[in-house]
Design a protein around this ligand. Structure first.
Ligand code: FES
Ligand code: FES
Length: 158
């Protein structure tokens, strides 16, 4: 089947034999966008997070047929936006990325949160990132980074 997607603002078409193939694999293997990572492969870690029609999803759980006709924002696309740049700077300044494996997914989850709540408190950030696992930072530095991105990005998040 032919699957049509708008990926990071660009129209893309992908031929797939099997509509149950995972969105994560199509993004990484067919489209060469390797920002979204595979951690658990079971919807538990958030490393594979992308926005699908503006909603945060674990792309390891989305069959490609279900994404047909959708808008997908990957970590690469987020990085090109002013919001993504504010987030990246905040993660760097607050040491919110250590090994970096969880970071693209953390940034996608942070962006999803900030787009719906541009000035979240600490508890709301913890809830917004509750689907994303980090083995390195103990989370506090990530929380600080999101608070900083909210502050520095005032007016950007809508
Ligand atoms: S790889 Fe998708 S949630 Fe862990
Ligand atoms: S920075 Fe290593 S898993 Fe989060």
């Amino acid at each position: 089947m032919t699957v049509k997607l708008t990926v990071n603002g660009e129209e893309r078409q992908v031929e797939v034999k099997d509509g149950t193939r995972r969105l994560l694999d199509v993004i990484r293997e067919d489209l060469g966008l390797t920002g979204a990572k595979e951690g658990c492969g079971e919807g538990e870690c958030g490393a594979c997070s992308v926005l699908l029609n503006g909603q945060l999803v674990n792309s390891c759980l989305v069959p490609i047929a279900q994404a047909d006709g959708s808008r997908v924002l990957t970590p690469e696309g987020l990085a090109q936006t002013p919001e993504g740049q504010v987030l990246a700077e905040a993660f760097t300044e607050c040491h919110g990325a250590q090994c970096g494996f969880c970071t693209p997914g953390m940034m996608m989850a942070s962006a999803a949160l900030l787009y719906r709540n541009s000035q979240p408190n600490e508890q709301e950030i913890r809830e917004g990132l509750s689907g994303n696992i980090c083995r390195c930072t103990g989370y506090d530095m990530i929380i600080d980074a999101v608070l900083m991105a909210a502050q520095k990005g005032r007016g950007l998040w809508g």
